[in-house]
Design a protein around this ligand. Structure first.
Ligand code: ZN
Length: 340
């Protein structure tokens, strides 16, 4: 817990500023040198303003106030400082103009992300699908994918969860989506797709960035499934529900991760439910979690009514369970249902 009073807080803020100053001083000096080198390409007044901004940041490093909001003196959000080492206010204390610009950025991010999501319902000869994607903020860190494969009868599907929240997580989600889309254009086995995605994701992201993911290929013969450390998908059959355990580690943890695939047969009307932990870990007002048991009950209640009714039934039940408690994590649910 954070000590918000007296000496403890002052010490904490001081340490935050020193560490931010240490990280960003070389960047600021580099910026200054580049600006001076490009001096002839901009007006002198503009150049002087930019250099003054940098010098003021360097001065704040020397006085131990760099990286702290000038209104509340709390540490400025690390990801914002990383994108722009000259920011001087935390998100809570932006000027009207900055706030407006920030809101416009978020709206744009929402639009971009909505274009990355698959069509709402894809129905093939043998399969019906339905998904629901509910980010907790303007953008989400959950990954949801549905791609009809070259033969027009088979389907690639995935649900994943990227570490972190908000815009940073949504950027990683977009990265993951691009990796899978490019790999699926090659003629690879599912285990190869996931192994290569893991390697590409590990090599191109920071070590702290990883994603859990379950994905599969549905063909006329059945489903192949690969689970990289994600919460267990559920096989909802007429008389029983099976929990399908992970078959590998999350993506991005180890370059040499190994992934195995399991084969599953579904009878007509049976479904696979893939979801993110935002659903099972949704909380009611006293902090109880929704959990897998209640998810299974809710899915079974709508078993006969099809994929859309199952997806809506769960989301409505989660909302009932939460009552007034706001969502704390992105929620994704994907139903893949065998038609015949
Ligand atoms: Zn502030």
């Amino acid at each position: 817990m954070r000590d918000n009073t007296g000496f403890g807080r002052a010490y904490e803020m001081n340490a935050a500023s020193t560490s931010a100053g240490h990280t960003f001083r070389p960047q600021l000096l580099d910026r200054r040198a580049r600006l001076q080198a490009a001096a002839t390409s901009v007006s002198a007044a503009y150049l002087n303003d930019l250099i003054a901004d940098i010098d003021s940041a360097l001065q704040r490093i020397d006085t131990g106030s760099y990286g702290l909001c000038e209104t509340c003196h709390d540490a400025i959000e690390a990801d914002r400082l990383e994108r722009n080492p000259l920011v001087r206010f935390c998100l809570d204390h932006l000027s009207q103009a900055e706030l407006l610009a920030h809101q416009q950025d978020l709206e744009l991010a929402t639009q971009i992300q909505s274009k990355l999501l698959p069509p709402r319902d894809i129905a093939l000869e043998s399969w019906d699908t339905q998904y629901r994607y509910e980010p907790v903020g303007a953008v989400g860190g959950d990954y949801c994918e549905l791609i009809v494969l070259g033969d027009g009868k088979s389907l690639f599907f995935a649900v994943g969860d990227v570490a972190g929240k908000g815009v940073a997580a949504s950027l990683l989600m977009a990265h993951l989506s691009a990796i899978f889309r490019s790999l699926l254009s090659l003629d690879l086995s599912l285990a190869d797709v996931v192994s290569r995605a893991n390697r590409l994701f590990s090599e191109s992201t920071a070590p702290a960035h990883y994603a859990t993911l379950v994905c599969g290929r549905a063909t006329a013969d059945g489903v192949e499934l690969c689970n990289a450390g994600h919460c267990r998908p559920l096989l909802v059959q007429r008389d029983a529900t099976q929990r399908l355990d992970p078959t590998g580690l999350p993506l991005g943890l180890f370059c040499a991760g190994q992934y195995t695939v399991r084969h599953i047969s579904l009878g007509a009307g049976e479904s696979l439910a893939l979801y993110s932990d935002g659903i099972t870990e949704a909380q009611d007002p006293v902090g109880n979690e929704y959990q897998e048991e209640r998810l299974i009950r809710s899915l079974r209640e709508h078993f006969e009514q099809g994929a859309g009714a199952m997806a809506d039934g769960v989301l409505q039940d989660v909302a009932r369970f939460r009552q007034t408690r706001p969502a704390i994590d992105d929620m994704t649910l994907l139903i893949v249902r065998r038609r015949r």
